[in-house]
Design a protein around this ligand. Structure first.
Ligand code: PLP
Length: 395
């Protein structure tokens, strides 16, 4: 009798938590006994440890990655009428945080090789925009954007950079510098599926600017601490002590998990390239850059993407599409004067990308199964020359 093959999922938090369950339980009990549930000593300790990990002076915890973006833009004084430039290809919160403050998201296209802001495009889009107040690059899928070029551009324009590093904790850029270590402010998310995930929502803003750090600490508690008068209006966005305690435990395991993700990605790269199949694997930006593979996103010819996903689904390999439309295609941003042809690389990515399982808990047999299933699809599809049955499929 053959046993049902178990699913190869894109996330296995059960396995992750099983191996550190005692440590997590102990940390939660420490918070229960301490009796301080919002901010306080546990959050302060996590802020110090997290700042050090990101090569930063200050870290300010808050309730989510989305709030981290909102707080960072608020701290910079972004207000109605201002413009903030961000990539057209990202999670909604990147542009949503800008729009939430009444400011206008201005989109630029991505570099097709890295999925991150293309500095030349960014320069063109940023030209002659007197109301541009900040640049918000996203380090998508675990790879840092071209911070060298973007920093030069931001300095020329006299605007700050806010990094959306939600997907890239622990990544290093082409100059070997940490994700989140170069912008005026950088934002992180500890959404459970992120590389460092809480048992709920949590987020963080990091900076080297003491004044901005103080301002963030006020803004997350409605604009004033310690009973001072409210000179500005903030939001209510505190970090839970339970989440901070759990994240302190997990931070100690993050390097090991990152190493596993990178090993899994390297194995995919080698084996897919050896098989000669038309699958473009994520490309590193420079030898010293460190991709942390929040997602392993490969590109396939658009007409093969959905058939490949169906095939993998039949073989119990879970896949996902990040993202199925550009931010400029979201109905809520339709009133912005963008034209579809402004973002050809973003739109190609929405049709060609597929994310394969790459999390740290994957078993060797599961990785082999993913590789075999992908390879089998392309041999039956005839590689770049799809079989007649597949060629009519919509991409
Ligand atoms: C997850 C994510 C966010 C938002 O974080 P939440 O904690 O879910 O609010 C923002 N930007 C990007 C790129 C993300 O991936």
């Amino acid at each position: 009798m053959t046993r049902e093959r178990s699913e190869t999922r894109r996330l296995d938090l059960g396995a992750q938590h099983a191996e550190i369950r005692a440590e997590i339980t102990q940390a939660i009990e420490r918070v229960i006994d301490g009796g301080c549930f919002l901010l306080g000593p546990e959050v302060e300790a996590f802020e110090r440890e997290f700042a050090a990990y990101c090569d930063r002076q200050f870290a300010v915890g808050c309730a989510s990655g989305s709030d981290a973006l909102l707080l960072a833009l608020l701290a910079l004084g972004i207000a109605p009428g201002d413009e903030v430039l961000c990539p057209a290809y990202s999670f909604f919160a990147t542009a949503g945080s800008i729009a939430r403050l009444g400011a206008k998201p201005v989109f630029a296209d991505i570099d097709p090789a890295t999925f991150n802001l293309d500095p030349d495009q960014t320069r063109r889009v940023a030209a002659d925009r007197p109301r541009l107040r900040a640049i918000l690059p996203v380090h998508l899928f675990g790879q840092v954007a071209d911070m060298e070029a973007l920093t030069d551009l931001a300095e020329e324009l006299g605007v700050p950079i806010v990094e959306d590093a939600a997907q890239s904790i622990g990544a290093d850029d082409a100059q070997g510098r940490r994700a989140g270590s170069r912008g005026s402010l950088a934002c992180f998310s500890f959404y459970p599926s992120k590389n460092l995930g809480a048992l709920g929502d949590a987020g963080m803003v990091v900076t080297d600017d003491a004044e901005l750090a103080e301002k963030l600490r006020r803004l997350r508690v409605h604009g004033a601490t310690r009973g001072e008068p409210h000179r500005e209006v903030g939001i209510g966005s505190r970090l839970d002590a339970v989440q901070a305690a759990v994240l302190r435990v997990k931070l100690r395991h993050l390097e090991r998990w990152t190493k596993s993700r990178r090993e899994h990605a390297a194995l995919y790269d080698r084996r897919f390239s050896a098989a000669g199949i038309p699958l473009r694997t994520p490309r590193p930006t420079a030898p010293c850059a460190r991709h942390v593979y929040h997602q392993y996103v490969a590109r396939v010819p658009a007409e093969l993407r959905d058939p490949l996903r169906t095939h993998l689904d039949e073989h119990k390999v879970e896949t996902a599409v990040y993202y199925s439309r550009g931010l400029h295609e979201e109905p809520c941003f339709a009133q912005l004067d963008h034209r579809s042809r402004d973002f050809p690389h973003t739109e190609a990515a929405t049709r060609e990308c597929v994310a394969l399982p790459v999390h740290a808990e994957l078993e060797p047999a599961q990785i082999e199964h993913v590789i075999d299933s992908v390879t089998a699809f392309f041999s039956s599809a005839g590689g770049a020359d799809p079989a007649p049955g597949r060629s009519s499929a919509e991409g």
